[in-house]
Design a protein around this ligand. Sequence first.
Ligand SMILES: C[S@@+](CC[C@H](N)C(=O)[O-])C[C@H]1O[C@@H](n2cnc3c(N)ncnc32)[C@H](O)[C@@H]1O
Length: 459
Amino acid sequence: MQNPRQIAFLALRDLDRRGTFADVTLDRALKKVSGTGDRALLPLDRRLATELVYGCIRRRRSLDAAIDQFAKKPADRQPPDLRWILHLGLYQLRYLDDIPASAAVDTTVELAKTNGLKGLAGFVNGLLRQYLRAAQAAASGDPLHLPEEPIARLAVAHSYPDWIVANWVERLGVEEAEQLAQWFNRSPSIDLRVNPLRTAIATVESAFQGAGIEVMRVPHVPQALRLKSGAGAIANLPGFNEGWWTVQDSSAQLTSYLLDPQPGELIIDACAAPGGKTTHIAELMGDRGTIYACDKTPSRLKKVKENSDRLGLHAIEVLAGDSREFAQFDRRADRVLLDAPCSGLGTLHRRADARWRQTPDNLVQLAQLQGELLAKTAQWVKPGGVLVYATCTLHPLENEKPIRDFLATHPDWAIEVPPASNPAAHFVTSAGWLEVWPHRYDLDGFFMVRLRKAPDASE
Ligand SMILES: C[S@@+](CC[C@H](N)C(=O)[O-])C[C@H]1O[C@@H](n2cnc3c(N)ncnc32)[C@H](O)[C@@H]1O
């Protein structure tokens, strides 16, 4: 039998040693132990290993704060393996209600013993029990001593870097920033976008219900269905092979509605891979017209082709290259989508390590790239045409700033608010762009804006 806590420990240790992404180290650790028969990892254990790895990464700041508080040496001066083992124990005590405290403590002590830290088993036991006693005694149930200052308090309590929380507090105030911080610590949901060229949303609903999988509609997003609980491998769900639907978060679906492509038009999707929005555009056009799907990463472009084939779409042509360097296309596009590379600060719930990987400096570099892509792709649009700029970040440096800079230097362009009949209209702000705040709408964080080029603009 395999031990999910040991698998989680190996994955976390690998993360430090190799500096890879959380999902990659977890996959590697799971593959190492995957066997058959008696050696197969039970689904329950796989879920626990996954929860522990993502949870410990996500909550590392709060877990470190607990070590700082209860150990003589602060977390960053503990041996790295010991620090992860303490995180694994504290995570179970702090966040996993269905694991009895005694089991969390005993299995963590065992982890220390089996991973060359026998001499520290007593320390591990003592620290976890101290934490437990303090938790039982704390009136609020939380034994952590949090800083007074609101930004540091939220950042330690919910485990984020200060700079991310500072931006939320500045824009939303402390109360809403806390709601957002809590929202991003939840497990992500899975949304589907139903392909109207293959089936109807009601048919997909019935097929899922027939398979015992609960789905619900998503307000304001007409073709979206949300899976209400874990449903196993995506490719095994009803209608996958038939091209009935695509996995795509509902807020991402709003982007193609905002673009509003029409049958017969020429559309250029400047950063298209893996094709979530490209294929939606094709569906909205009834698969009539031409869509150039450009992306600089050929391996990701293969996915556009795969997705398009599975959905039975023919209007999409893929083009590999840097969109800042493409020569002019044979004709100007009716509409261009720039779904720009971004920090992903609106989808922190989907990647446990993203909050620790991003830095303010990185955002400055991304903003530069976003500005360059915007200036270049705007040249592809015909007079009177449309450009939609979208990101899955909520940071103004990557959203408002590039848009304001662009408008200041491109007098032929203006923001266009979608009409009330457009699904995106529900999310429009007073500035004319859309900002989807996850804690308000229960959707991924997104920014998008529709820009219209004046009909009499010079070519
Ligand atoms: C947000 S993702 C696009 C997601 C895609 N639109 C979808 O809905 O599935 C951004 C994409 O931009 C691509 N990219 C980054 N820099 C680029 C550049 N200079 N030119 C073209 N593509 C670029 C990345 O390879 C990545 O696939």
